[in-house]
Design a protein around this ligand. Structure first.
Ligand code: ZN
Length: 572
């Protein structure tokens, strides 16, 4: 048994996330957390809402609400949707928590004491029309790197380059659209990432097992152009973690807060503290996950995120941790994802294009989406959601293969033997061949899950379901029963045991269907299978079961067409 700390990139607070966001971090993190728990490991799975920064202020202003109230409401909305998708966080925290305020200020203080913070006087855009300084996302313009004309002042969405507002070509105010901007003098705190560059690089070089997507992005920002740059970590905003606080080792930061990208990853740690607080546990309960000197030495820490978040997790956040010169846990493995596209274009929150988490659950239960999204996860390249592909995948994999198997075996048993596993008969060559095949496939499935190769794991799981279906088809207990009921009983007993085995193996992907299968088999034995022959002997003759309702309904063509139309025009 190992201890595994898992964090998903924290979703931003300003609205409901689309399925592309979901499959880029929270959903695969949940898959892995569920798998690790099923294998008996001690898991801490943390996520939160990312609540600071300009978009929260802008969204709250549009909603006509104080920003704190807006964030509290949106946190509840996102938490409810996470429950709807069965995301099994140990804690879903908030980056605006008191814990995160304290920890963020702690890290800033330590960085300053160690010489990694610099006070820089710089010229910043002041908008005459808006009568204020414009921080990062309050400015838009053309990306100097790729020419994208809606780049934000902190990052270009198109090429992922981290930017400063003054890098933008043709800058304009995101509040008023005014181009009447003036550069005025102001002071900010900078994180001296250049001073930590060699340490960060040596650390990244030591991660030889990381996905190429992760290391290639990290190395790009370490080496491209002028290499890793120092980074401004304060902004002229009121909503956030104050950069001037009692005992701060600098002066004159009144009215400024820490940049959202400085405090957001600290929330992984703070969220674990919030988890302990919510359970009335003491400090050691969360610190044993994060402090190498307080028990975290044997923790394996895995992060999940979309590729646009990789620079912050491989460079900026490690710089914060390393520069603190305190023994905090650094990430061991970063699983990053490409983008999921929607029907010939991109998902877009701003344009309301694609399917959003709330809409998805209004159309179909979570398992349908979980299965499609995970089995098509954009791992090695971008992938695309189309309604045709979704229909085919649901109908074939879930309804025709898994659902059909469960339905046929339970209904046949009920009609010929009643609702209990029948006695008599012995397994023969066909069953031994199936067991051998499953033995190999289950071990391969485990290996893919350990390696977090999600599509490969899904392919293997589908093959495991298909093997049972093919076995049942060729063993044909409905024919055998006429001449040799004992032999038919052995086939059926094995088949019903397969239902339980499938429930256990499938739980990380489709937890609701898994629960329904376990309930139908009247079993609570979720033991992960060792030897397959033993696992298929778990339910003895005479064990009662219930014939389940249809596990997965097929998607009809007219339904698919209706959804296609409904989601073509963007959110209403
Ligand atoms: Zn760009």
């Amino acid at each position: 048994m190992a201890r595994i700390l898992i964090t998903s990139a924290i979703p931003y607070i300003n609205g409901i996330k689309h399925l592309g966001n979901l499959v880029g971090s929270q959903l695969p993190a949940d898959l892995y957390a569920r798998y690790c728990r099923a294998r008996g490991h001690e898991v801490m799975f943390i996520c939160a809402t990312d609540e600071h920064g300009t978009p929260a202020e802008l969204a709250a202003a549009r909603a006509g609400k104080p920003v704190a109230e807006y964030c509290a409401e949106m946190h509840e909305v996102q938490a409810e949707l996470a429950r709807g998708f069965r995301l099994s966080f140990d804690h879903f925290g908030r980056s605006s928590s008191a814990r995160n305020h304290a920890l963020t200020q702690h890290f800033a203080r330590r960085l300053a004491e160690n010489g990694f913070i610099e006070v820089v006087t710089e010229r910043q855009f002041f908008s005459i029309a808006d009568d204020r300084f414009l921080p990062d996302r309050y400015i838009e313009g053309t990306c100097p790197n790729c020419g994208y004309d809606k780049a934000r002042g902190d990052q270009c969405e198109n090429c992922t380059k981290q930017l400063d507002p003054t890098d933008l070509v043709n800058p304009r105010s995101a509040i008023s659209g005014s181009t009447e901007l003036e550069l005025r003098e102001t002071r900010h705190l900078y994180l001296r990432q250049r001073a930590l560059k060699d340490e960060i690089e040596a650390w990244i070089d030591s991660k030889t097992d990381w996905p190429i997507l992760t290391t290639s992005i990290a190395k790009k920002w370490l080496h491209d152009g002028e290499g890793l740059q120092d980074r401004g970590i304060t902004r002229d905003l009121s909503w956030g973690v104050p950069a001037q606080f009692p005992g701060a080792p600098w002066e004159g930061m009144e009215g400024k807060v820490f940049y959202v990208w400085f405090d957001a990853p600290v929330e992984y740690i703070a969220g674990t503290a919030e988890w302990a607080d919510a359970r009335g546990l003491d400090e050691s309960a969360w610190r044993r996950w994060w402090r190498l000197d307080e028990g975290a030495g044997d923790v394996r820490y895995v992060q999940f995120m979309g590729k646009d978040n990789v620079p912050f997790h491989t460079l900026s956040f490690p710089a914060t941790i390393m520069g603190s010169r305190e023994p905090w846990k650094l990430v061991d493995y970063i699983k990053s994802f490409n983008y999921l596209n929607y029907d010939g274009g991109q998902f877009s929150t701003s344009q309301g294009r694609g399917v959003f988490m709330d809409q998805a659950l209004q159309v179909l239960p979570a398992d349908y989406w979980r299965w499609w999204l995970l089995s098509h996860a954009p791992e090695s390249a971008d992938s695309e959601f189309t309604w045709e592909n979704f229909q085919v995948s649901v109908n074939k994999d879930l309804a025709d293969v898994l659902g059909n198997f469960v339905s046929r075996i339970t209904k046949f048993c009920r009609s010929k033997f009643g609702e209990a596993l029948p006695e008599g008969g012995e397994i023969g060559a066909a069953e031994r061949a199936l067991i051998e095949d499953l033995e190999r496939r289950v071990r391969a499935y485990e290996a893919h899950m350990e390696a977090i190769e999600i599509r490969k794991a899904a392919t293997e799981l589908r093959a495991i379901w298909a093997a049972g279906n093919e076995y049942l088809q060729s063993a044909a207990p409905w024919s055998v029963f006429k001449t040799d009921p004992e032999r038919a009983a052995a086939i059926v007993r094995l088949g019903l045991n397969l239902v339980r085995l499938y429930a256990v193996l499938s739980e990380p992907f489709i937890p609701d269907a898994s629960a329904a299968m376990m309930q139908a088999m009247r079993s609570e034995d979720r033991t992960w299978p060792g030897a397959i022959a033993e696992a298929l002997d778990a339910l003895p003759a005479g064990h009662g079961f219930a014939t389940p309702e249809v596990l997965f309904a097929k998607i009809a063509d007219d339904e698919r067409e209706e959804w296609q139309r409904r989601f073509a025009g963007g959110r209403g």
